[in-house]
Design a protein around this ligand. Structure first.
Ligand code: XIL
Length: 360
């Protein structure tokens, strides 16, 4: 039970129980003096504060949209861009070869279309959620399976999904070049170009994106991403954008100026850039929760402001929106990484994003 509910219960209990207390129920000394923060549905939508051409979205889960009205309402009120947190990953769609289930992906698309929201598909080729059965196929069979997957999935939503993360996290963290994945082992490095070409054939109007993490600021990995996408362009591969995931830890951050210059050099290649999976961990920061959330507000502000200042940064997607549901808790430990608290109330982080979108 939260504090406000406990106070309410204390006040109501005597009336309910019929037992007259000898003295009026005292409000505990620790009762909050300030009103609790506003609900996500009561405050200005982030999407409305952004410039019309800039999309503001979050990753969602179909099951939560279906079962939790407060989740669906908060999301629909605040955002105009939708990404499936896992429902469009290959391993989710095709658990057995040739048996595709788009049920949950379709739910997210229907939710978005009913409300006029834009949709980003995520992600066609990602080692983190590939069908296990790929491993036992021969290289030509993997190529056919990959082509079928891209043709069928992108084709299904042709004209309805505005952008696709075509290849996700293909670069290794250890400076060895491309990550060792089933795709690299079976098909060699040209799998990346092939995936983009097949996606373009299936929907020539969709914006096709290379997405990665740890390549937000300047450094070895962001140089690797830059070189990869520049080489793809040189080969005439239909790539239109780069996603910078932006899973940040407030205790060790890239510099805002480095993020800006990284976005600029990608933009100068003629690509669009987007912040694709932003969340900001604060568990490792020192200080009280209030100070940590204030630090988090500043990080959200400063990073979103970089996108706002970059004309080719066309979208910002958060990886979830409520601390009630974040992958961070499972992967890194308990934290409060998102814009709204567990009861869908505004956190300082929301104000930081709002200020940045407003140019403040
Ligand atoms: C994560 C989801 O949030 C988890 O629920 C899932 O179990 C694993 O994937 N980079 C990505 C996202 O591109 O697809 C990942 O999403 C988080 C890291």
């Amino acid at each position: 039970m939260n504090h406000a509910a406990a106070v309410l219960l204390l006040v109501l209990l005597p009336a309910c129980g019929g037992v007259r207390p000898s003295a009026p129920a005292a409000v505990p000394a620790s009762a909050p003096l300030t009103p609790s923060p506003a609900a996500a549905t009561e405050v200005e939508p982030l999407a409305a504060a952004a410039a019309p051409a800039r999309l503001v979205g979050a990753a969602v889960q179909a099951s939560l949209l279906r079962t939790e009205p407060a989740y669906a309402a908060a999301f629909a009120h605040q955002f105009d861009y939708v990404t499936a947190e896992f429902e469009m990953k290959w391993g989710q769609i095709e658990r057995q070869p040739g048996q595709r289930d788009y049920g949950r992906a379709d739910e997210i698309v229907a939710f978005a279309e009913a409300r006029g929201l834009r949709i980003k598909g995520h992600a066609l080729v990602w080692h983190g959620d590939s069908p296990a059965w790929l491993e036992s196929l021969s290289p030509p069979e993997v190529r056919i399976a990959l082509e079928d997957h891209i043709r069928t999935t992108v084709g299904r939503y042709r004209g309805r999904i505005v952008a696709w993360d075509v290849v996700n996290e293909a670069i290794a963290d250890d400076r060895s070049g491309l990550r060792d994945t089933v795709y690299l082992r079976k098909l060699g490095p040209t799998y990346i170009a092939e995936a983009f070409r097949r996606a373009h054939e299936a929907d020539p109007d969709a914006l096709l994106i290379y997405n990665d993490y740890g390549a937000e600021g300047r450094g070895r990995k962001s140089d690797d991403v830059y070189n990869l996408v520049r080489d793809l362009q040189t080969q005439g591969v239909p790539i239109g954008g780069v996603g910078l995931q932006m899973h940040l830890d407030a205790a060790s951050l890239p510099q805002a100026a480095d993020i800006a210059s990284n976005m600029r050099r990608l933009a100068e290649l003629g690509l669009l850039v987007n912040i694709s999976e932003m969340d900001v961990r604060v568990a490792r920061l020192p200080g009280s929760l209030a100070t940590r959330l204030e630090d988090q507000r500043r990080v959200y502000h400063d990073v979103v402001a970089v996108c706002v200042a970059e004309p080719r940064c066309h979208a910002i997607t958060f990886w979830g929106f409520t601390d009630r549901y974040s992958w961070i808790d499972q992967f890194y430990g308990p934290d409060d990484p998102l814009l709204f608290d567990e009861a869908y109330r505004v956190k300082p982080a929301y104000n930081g994003v709002m200020d940045a979108l407003r140019g403040r």
